[in-house]
Design a protein around this ligand. Sequence first.
Ligand SMILES: CC(C)(COP(=O)(O)OP(=O)(O)OC[C@H]1O[C@@H](n2cnc3c(N)ncnc32)[C@H](O)[C@@H]1OP(=O)(O)O)[C@@H](O)C(=O)NCCC(=O)NCCS
Length: 163
Amino acid sequence: MWSIFHDVVAAGDTYVFGADTPRADALAYWFGPGVTPFVAELDSRIVGMYKFMANRRDRGAHIANASFMVARWCAGRGVGRRMGLHCLREAKRAGFRAMQFNFVVSTNLAAVKLWQSLGFAIVGTVPQAFQHATLGYVDVYVMHRALDDVENGLPEQSSGSGT
Ligand SMILES: CC(C)(COP(=O)(O)OP(=O)(O)OC[C@H]1O[C@@H](n2cnc3c(N)ncnc32)[C@H](O)[C@@H]1OP(=O)(O)O)[C@@H](O)C(=O)NCCC(=O)NCCS
């Protein structure tokens, strides 16, 4: 999990963490209080991970927030989609009413397209909120999806590949 985290943040194109983020910070982010983490395995090897938690405390705690990372070498094989579907179901099962992503980098097409295909809408744009490693300051999206329609029977429309 550490090597996936490190590789993803070192690229500087999707997460705010700097390339020199200490391992302890990554552990706190992924296993802190109130966080529910999962990994995706392929042939007994961890190829992806996600976590969800309450987006805010108390009166904002009915909305979930989640974070996803797939090993770079395994990107584009359906792992992200499988984890996304799993996350929606688990968050629903945990009692959340909706899911909100607070910081989707607008140039991160793989993420934006994936979340849109899973029913998320862009509900806000924060101008130039991310300092991209190669593109400079770029916009960030807030994305949201109600969980009303998420049940165990949520369509597995694209689950053909991956783990
Ligand atoms: C974003 C991420 C989680 C997607 O996971 P993945 O396993 O690569 O994605 P999948 O193979 O499941 O692809 C699912 C969908 O994403 C979209 N997608 C994936 N890669 C894409 C790309 N390079 N360009 C455009 N769309 C892409 C497509 O809609 C795809 O659907 P399709 O297979 O029907 O075409 C993964 O690439 C990742 O960890 N990136 C770095 C960290 C990150 O950006 N996390 C999310 C922060 S919001």
